[in-house]
Design a binder for this molecule. Structure first.
Ligand code: SER
Length: 605
């Protein structure tokens, strides 16, 4: 049995002995790549170097990179799919000596000092050639010279590598497979047919080309490279002849741990098994994201939304197997013990990972039972409707309306994908278009509700956003007290996670000024002041000293929100009832927004 640790150690020993320099894993959030949310391959963070920039560690490097791929998230729960994985890689930058790399690959795979695979158990594929690039005869012949019998020419679909977006460095590759020894599935059985005879373990990409713009043909790279990648978890499974990734290493440990605590046992049913695996996978991915140096937290957009989906889906599957979510934190400990060694940020962020996870779990757990009840109501509503309809000879389809799906999201925090999954389990579909429409309508409504003084403002009227909205009034009051009544709000944008407010000020705020402002707001919070609302005419509002833009577009009657005698603003609302609800404000950034306008970002913690 070879462990993942042994495989990693062998990898580095081999490549370091051949003059490759080991570099640290990059963040799981890619730098300057708006096309994807997460780092999807070992070569991903190295794209600038593959395109010609000089790498500080030299032109021969090796590493282990944490990656996340969510395109197969629905398949997690089977034997092999994972959303997070580690990829072993090595690179030649500015050099593309195929013979050398293939010989290295052969040596690492077959030498008894390394993987010791019998060469009769190896199969490889090489690029068959087309209008973009010629047949890779050099790769073919090199493998043959090494003594590999099973060398297959395959087409672009199988033996060409490019990044997801199709733009960037690319080229033909040679893939290495472990031949399980199963009989051929047909006369033309090859690694292309996915019958399970050949299992991929390694990929050497010869990056001789680049695509500059979508749709443009590939051009030769001035400085070609070699990029190789070996999926760690997958290779461990293959080399050990296991059936599933969940049967080895840390995954097995976590499954055993859950099995010791949950009421429904792992082997009880396929459904239970799936839930165990989803929890195991999603908590590991959550750990990679939360513990990352870039510090992503759950939210409704981007990486934060994927993280939220991981966590909420894990909570829901814990419910399926009657596994108490309080043990999530022990699972995080198992993962941090395991991965902290390779990823220092993860080791350092152990507590933060657990705290952020617990917060999100708590937030969702509260609504989970209610949400399930609501879901059941929706289903039984449709069932009743179906009965009536069938009496009239009509047919009603098993589709949950977009409105109902949106309500589950908005009120109970069920991410769209979760409702879809629950629906599928019951033989129902969801109306995705209708959901999107309901979502947009809701956004539109809250935009109008908060239009007015509150320029831009509140993206939604959730409890979290409402509190942040009240915090912006306190911030404005503080700024005006500190710098004078000429300071006005110039814009604002609030999400349930944070507030952003722009205002005019002639200088960058000093650290002491930021602390003073924070103190001002937190003192007001501590005083537990009621937030009150009065309706009056614009003239009355003006006379009462309320702050705001006095334009007729607000109509004759306006709302004036007051926070004791600290703040009085014309505003559409909504607001918190009492400042105590805000708990505590933290300013996370003060920066320039445009000339003469400063911007503050703050959170409530
Ligand atoms: N980029 C290639 C892959 O992901 C090799 O690293 O397979």
């Amino acid at each position: 049995m070879i462990t993942d640790k042994e495989l990693k150690d062998k990898w580095f020993k081999f490549f370091e002995s051949h003059g490759f320099k080991r570099i640290d894993s990059y963040s799981i959030v890619p730098e300057n790549d708006p096309t994807v949310l997460f780092t999807t391959a070992g070569m991903h963070p190295l794209v600038p170097y593959l395109m010609g920039a000089k790498h500080p560690a030299g032109d021969k490097i090796c590493d282990i990179q944490r990656c996340i791929r969510t395109n197969d998230i629905e398949s997690v729960g089977d034997e092999s799919h994972l959303t997070a994985f580690e990829m072993l890689g090595n690179w030649f930058l500015g050099e593309c000596d195929k013979e050398k790399m293939i010989k290295y690959s052969y040596e690492f795979l077959t030498s008894p000092e390394y993987l010791g695979i019998n060469k009769s158990r190896l199969a490889v594929s090489v690029f068959a050639g087309d209008e973009t690039a010629p047949k890779d005869e050099l790769a073919y012949n090199t493998w043959k010279k090494c003594g590999i019998d099973q060398v297959f020419y395959l087409n672009k679909e199988h033996n060409w590598w490019a990044l997801g977006g199709g733009v960037g460095p690319c080229g033909p590759d040679t893939e290495m497979f472990y031949d399980t020894g199963k009989p051929k599935c047909c006369e033309n059985c090859s690694p292309a047919c996915d019958c399970g005879k050949y299992l991929e373990i390694w990929n050497d990409v010869f990056m001789q080309y680049k695509v500059e713009k979508v749709g443009e043909p590939a051009k030769l790279l001035a400085r070609p490279n070699i990029d190789t990648g070996m999926g760690l978890e997958r290779t461990v499974v293959v080399l050990n002849g296991l059936k599933s990734v969940y049967d080895a290493g840390i995954f097995k440990e976590v499954i055993d741990f859950i099995n010791s605590k949950a009421e429904v046992k792992y082997d009880e049913s396929e459904t239970a098994k799936r839930s165990y695996r989803i929890i195991t996978d999603h908590l590991r991915s959550s750990m990679f994201v939360l513990g990352d140096v870039k510090g992503v937290v759950p939210s409704n957009v981007g990486q934060g939304y994927i993280l939220r989906r991981f966590i909420r889906r894990a909570v829901n599957h814990a419910r399926n197997i009657k596994f108490d979510v309080k043990y999530f934190s022990d699972i995080i400990d198992l993962y941090v013990d395991k991965h902290g060694e390779d990823y220092k940020d993860i080791a350092q962020n152990r507590q933060l990972i657990k705290d952020e996870l617990a917060k999100e779990v708590e937030k969702f757990s509260k609504a989970l039972e209610e949400g399930h009840k609501e879901f059941e109501k929706v289903i039984s509503g449709i069932e009743k409707h179906k009965q009536f309809a069938s009496m009239k000879g009509e047919v009603v389809e098993n589709i949950i309306s977009g409105k109902a799906v949106f309500r589950l999201y908005d009120t109970f925090g069920f991410p769209f994908e979760l409702t879809k999954e629950l629906a599928q389990e019951r033989g129902y579909a969801v109306d995705e278009e209708g959901y999107k429409k309901a979502f947009e309508e809701h956004q539109e409504k809250s935009r109008t509700a908060s239009a007015g003084v509150f320029k831009g403002g509140l993206a939604d009227s959730s409890y979290e956003s409402t509190k942040l909205h009240t915090a912006t009034h306190l911030i404005m009051a503080g700024l005006r007290k500190m710098f004078g009544p000429q300071v006005m709000q110039k814009g604002s944008n609030i999400t349930p996670e944070r507030l952003r407010i722009d205002f005019n000020l002639d200088h960058k705020m000093l650290p002491e000024e930021i602390s003073e402002l924070e103190r001002f707001v937190n003192d007001a919070i501590a005083k537990e002041i009621d937030v009150t609302c009065d309706e009056m005419s614009v003239a009355e509002a003006k006379n009462s000293g309320a702050v705001g833009v006095f334009e007729s577009k607000y109509g004759d009657v306006v709302k004036v929100y007051s926070i004791g005698d600290i703040s009085k603003e014309i505003c559409g609302g909504p607001h918190a009832k009492n400042t105590r609800d805000l708990h505590h404000l933290k300013i996370v950034k003060e920066e320039s927004s445009s000339s003469g306008i400063r911007r503050i970002k703050a959170i409530l913690d």
